[in-house]
Design a binder for this molecule. Structure first.
Ligand code: ZN
Length: 139
């Protein structure tokens, strides 16, 4: 894995959290994007080489809404950038990790993504992400 690409943080209200993180990081939110498949609105800020991805649910039954109901706002996942997500998924499967997707799916920020089941990773939801177009990904 190349690096921590971003840290995903579950928030209730982007209208509150974007200005909060802008102040915290002294960095302006450079992108917001709705991810329909995940039922979330996302907002991105940069801190050096790493991004912070704020995630707010677009509906009460969404994944992020459920997470906040259970645990409150806070760190939701850590995303590692990989060169070849298919190869990395294969490697992790071979190591006995449980992947939450059979195939990578389209995530926010022009990425192919795959999540690992947190039960196999000490409770940390891990995301693999690969910039779309960075290698000869299958489709
Ligand atoms: Zn993410």
């Amino acid at each position: 894995m190349l690096k921590v690409e971003h840290i995903g943080i579950a928030v209730k209200d982007l209208g509150v959290s974007i200005p909060l993180f802008e102040k915290l990081l002294n960095s302006v939110c450079y992108k917001t994007e709705e991810v329909l498949s995940e039922r979330v609105n996302t907002a991105f800020l940069k801190t050096g080489d790493t991004k912070i991805e704020l995630l707010a649910s677009t509906e009460p039954g969404g994944v992020i809404a459920k997470f906040i109901d259970k645990k409150g706002e806070g760190i939701h996942h850590i995303a590692f950038e990989v060169v070849d997500i298919y190869a990395e998924m294969e490697r992790l499967r071979g190591e006995g990790f449980v992947l939450l997707q059979e195939e990578p799916k389209q995530g926010a920020d022009n990425k192919l993504v795959c999540f690992l089941h947190p039960k196999g990773t000490n409770g940390v939801l891990v995301e693999l992400c690969q910039e779309v177009g960075s290698t000869f990904g299958k489709s």
